[in-house]
Write a protein that binds this ligand. Structure first.
Ligand SMILES: [Fe+2]
Length: 119
């Protein structure tokens, strides 16, 4: 995705931090649940490490949200309406539930964006 969006900074912000890194927000609680079930000391330590990675990842996604909106404003684009255009144009992976809505909200996604994601 970085190669595909190398010449389009709006698409880069939309599709790397706000799509692929945001996917990490969704996936982490599921991975942590499996590790808790495994229950070994190593698995439980991994859960703690994933908490740190998740916290950091919220920041990465928030940076993407900030600059995506800033770029859309500069270019006269509606950030919510433009996102699916970019997904289609660059053949970004489709996102599927469950979504980590709490982490996505902390990372700056709007209620409208979350509603669209659910739909
Ligand atoms: Fe990241």
């Amino acid at each position: 995705m970085c190669s595909k969006t190398a010449g389009d900074v709006v698409a880069r912000m939309a599709l790397v931090p706000r799509t692929l890194e945001a996917r990490g927000l969704d996936a982490t609680p599921q991975i942590q649940q499996k590790l808790r079930q495994a229950g070994s000391p190593q698995a439980l330590r991994s859960v703690e490490i994933l908490d740190i990675i998740l916290r950091d990842e919220v920041g990465h996604v928030a940076i993407g949200n900030h600059w995506y909106r800033w770029l859309c404003l500069r270019e006269g684009l509606d950030p919510v309406a433009h996102y699916p255009v970019l997904v289609e144009r660059y053949q970004a992976p489709k996102l599927y539930p469950p979504f980590n809505e709490e982490a996505r909200l902390r990372a700056g996604f709007s209620a409208e964006e979350l509603a669209r994601l659910r739909a």
